[in-house]
Ligand binder design. Structure first.
Ligand SMILES: Cc1cc2nc3c(=O)[nH]c(=O)nc-3n(C[C@H](O)[C@H](O)[C@H](O)COP(=O)(O)O)c2cc1C
Length: 185
């Protein structure tokens, strides 16, 4: 998307195209979105994650995590989350909101099988992720499937903003079949 979006459908197409690129290409700006959740005591929490899959058909976005991570505890208490992407190449901001499904244990097996050997160390730590340790490197990596989970965001709304000569913003939601409407930016 190098030009300003002219139609609501074209704008939505462009956003899913960028999200798809993010999932497929580690150099794409959509590769590392920010995932925001609500902590069990009500604080907003945001962190960088790697986008692992994007399905326009199912309207899902997927990231992977250690099950012991604070974000997973937050999502167990409140499944609502937001995912944010800024793609400077096409001057497009994408904001997705929805509920997150946690895929873990045996159900996560097929995804775990596709995690490259070198990336497995991210999942499973002793002591568990987020616990205080005596020194910076006083932890072990376990690289175990039981510690791996997929967080599947079932997108309910998409808010798109294109910064052009004139800014353009549109909102889409699952309930209306992604019909979309323009908003004043
Ligand atoms: C470039 C980058 C990519 C990251 N990708 C992930 C990821 O895909 N999944 C993940 O759980 N954490 C990822 N992290 C680490 C998180 O930002 C965060 O530090 C960690 O998950 C703990 O967050 P939490 O305590 O809120 O769960 C990434 C960090 C950076 C800087």
């Amino acid at each position: 998307m190098n030009d300003a979006p002219e139609t609501l459908d074209g704008f939505l197409d462009a956003a899913w195209q960028r999200l798809g690129r993010g999932a497929a290409d580690a150099r794409s700006p959509a590769r590392y979105p920010v995932l925001a959740t609500v902590s069990p005591d009500g604080w907003p929490e945001a962190r960088t994650v790697a986008l692992r899959a994007a399905s326009r058909q199912g309207a899902t976005l997927e990231v992977h995590s250690d099950v012991a991570a604070a974000k997973v505890a937050a999502l167990r208490a409140d499944a609502r989350a937001a995912l944010h992407v800024w793609d400077p190449r096409v001057r497009l901001q994408i904001r997705a909101q929805g509920a997150v499904e946690i895929v873990e244990g045996v159900a996560a097996g097929p995804r775990w099988a596709k995690v490259p050997e070198g990336s497995r160390a991210t999942y499973g730590k002793r002591p568990p992720a987020g616990e205080e340790i005596g020194g910076a490197l006083e932890y072990e990596v376990l690289a175990e499937r039981e510690s791996f989970c997929a967080l599947v965001l079932h997108v309910a709304t998409l808010d798109l903003l294109h910064l052009g000569e004139r800014h353009r913003r549109a909102m889409y939601d699952r309930e209306s079949g992604w019909r979309g409407r323009w908003l004043s930016p």
